[in-house]
Design a protein around this ligand. Structure first.
Ligand code: SAH
Ligand code: SF4
Length: 459
């Protein structure tokens, strides 16, 4: 794959990072992690060296998340902390990017409240990062670039954080406007990458020895709808399955409203496609689902996951749930609990509803108290944690395929990896198995992970 000239700036400005160190701090989802890999590569192309320590850096880039209030608060407190750092190091450059900054009000808040921030860059302006840094280096001053102009991202370099697993965006943006969600406002309208560009990138990764890619999109099921070519997500999956040379292909996220039978068939038939659906349900109450603008009912959702389980043996289904949506009554919440019992998710991420500016739900009057929301989250988690453990128990004594990530951070005597169904597995091994695909017999099942032993040599 050819890497395009990313600078758009004079050659000498390309070298503004020479002798300097840059630190990148990332909040939020996989798309943000991927964006940070692009930011890292753009900075490398300007000769910056990476440092994990912001205190040592000449440039700090904070890649923010706006999906809930908590990550926003963390960014505010981090920016407060770096005010002191900037006093000690006046030449330190601070850039803030990501989903917080793409909102006009928040960009203005950061600009006015944190005068030590030099560059405020929305999600769309990412390709302009090098030229803006060069401009500030040369002329000093501050820049805010939150244009919603969707500059072309094809060919931007990527500094992969792993040598065998990669993120691969297939569609940017979201058109769904779930009433609680800020994403459509900060990531813009849906833009699918061309099948050819995705296939080239995947094949390139395959040729370099990568084993796994995770295809990213807010709703991968919308893939292709905005393209002139007649192609949809199952077509893309099958093309990657047949031609990329990758052993494992994952994808997230699927919206239940438009998950097709052909997608289920693709996961069933594609040997390289992992048997895992992340299928956020959000609520078990039809009344709340309608207020959330999710376009499906609880019955439709159950029908869908039953169909997936009947077609694909051993498939894992995970989900996201929101508790405390405005107007959620105890009876609605009990519907969520009963859905969780019925659906038996392998795992689910549960969130307290967090009002987001400009979204329809934030304007509803019947917001719930923190106490009610916290109590419901606790009750929901208790049930889901029990079910996660029970689901993991089903794997006891089974032999599963694991791609090893490397030594466990908490105990290097253990190697950790993921099953095809994305379950975390620990196994004791005295050699580093990073990047190896191995067979593991499951010996112990816990809520958050499995333990196992090598079953038959390394493949
Ligand atoms: N596009 C994906 C994920 C979007 S954000 C999808 O549709 O599934 C990831 C998760 O964050 C969502 O699934 C939802 O459960 C949660 N989330 C989004 N907005 C939220 C809010 N305002 N409050 C609490 N949780 C929220
Ligand atoms: Fe947000 Fe809904 Fe789009 Fe997901 S599908 S990003 S929850 S608006």
């Amino acid at each position: 794959m050819t890497v395009r000239d990313v600078s758009g700036i004079p050659q000498e400005a390309n070298k503004v990072g020479t002798g300097k160190k840059a630190a990148i701090i990332t909040f939020g989802c996989q798309m943000n992690e991927h964006d940070s890999e692009v930011i890292a590569a753009l900075l490398e192309s300007m000769n910056y060296c990476h440092t994990p320590s912001p205190e040592e850096a000449d440039l700090i880039v904070i890649n923010t998340c706006a999906v809930r209030q908590k990550p926003e608060d963390k960014v505010s407190s981090l920016l407060g902390k770096y005010q002191e750092l900037k006093k000690e190091k006046p030449d330190l450059m601070i850039a803030v990017t990501g989903c917080m900054t793409q909102q006009e009000e928040l960009a203005a808040y950061i600009r006015d409240r944190f005068h030590h921030v030099d560059l405020i860059l929305g999600t769309h302006a990412l390709p302009r990062l090098p030229s803006l840094i060069a401009m500030i280096t040369e002329h000093k001053g501050r820049i805010v670039d939150i244009e919603e102009d969707y500059p072309d991202r094809e060919g931007l370099p990527i500094s992969h954080s792993s040598s065998f697993k990669a993120w691969l965006p297939v569609i940017y943006g979201c058109n769904n406007y779930c009433s609680y969600c800020v994403v459509p406002y900060v990531r813009g309208r849906e833009r699918s990458r061309s099948l050819r560009d995705i296939l080239n990138e995947a094949s390139d990764l395959g040729a370099k020895g990568f084993i796994e890619v995770t295809l990213l999109g807010q709703n991968v099921n919308s893939y292709g709808q905005d393209l002139a070519e007649n192609v949809d997500f199952p077509d893309l999956l099958m093309a990657l399955n047949d031609k990329s040379g990758l052993k494992r292909i994952r994808f997230m996220t699927s919206h239940p409203k438009d998950l097709s039978d052909r997608l289920i068939e693709a996961v069933k038939n594609g040997d390289q496609i992992c048997e895992h659906f992340h299928l956020p349900v959000q609520s078990g109450s039809n009344r709340i689902l309608e207020k959330m603008n999710r376009s499906y009912t609880r019955e439709k959702y159950m029908e869908l996951i039953n169909k997936i389980r009947a077609s694909i043996p051993g498939v894992a289904i995970t989900s996201d749930l929101i508790v405390g949506f405005p107007g959620e009554e105890e009876s609605d919440f009990l519907d969520t609990l009963s859905l969780v019992e019925e659906a038996r998710f392998d795992n689910a991420f549960s969130f307290l509803y967090s009002p987001r500016k400009n979204t329809a739900a934030a304007m509803l009057s019947d917001q719930l108290s923190a106490m009610v929301k916290n109590d419901r989250l606790k009750r929901l988690n208790e049930i889901q944690h029990r079910i996660s453990k029970e689901m993991n128990h089903n794997l006891l004594n089974k032999v599963v395929e694991v791609l090893v990530d490397g030594p466990s951070k908490s105990d290097p005597a253990f190697q950790t990896g993921r099953t095809r169904t994305n379950k975390l597995v620990h196994l004791s091994a005295d050699v580093d198995l990073s990047g190896k695909v191995i067979a593991v017999r499951i010996t112990e099942a816990k809520t958050w992970n499995l333990h196992g032993e090598l079953a038959e040599g390394i493949k």
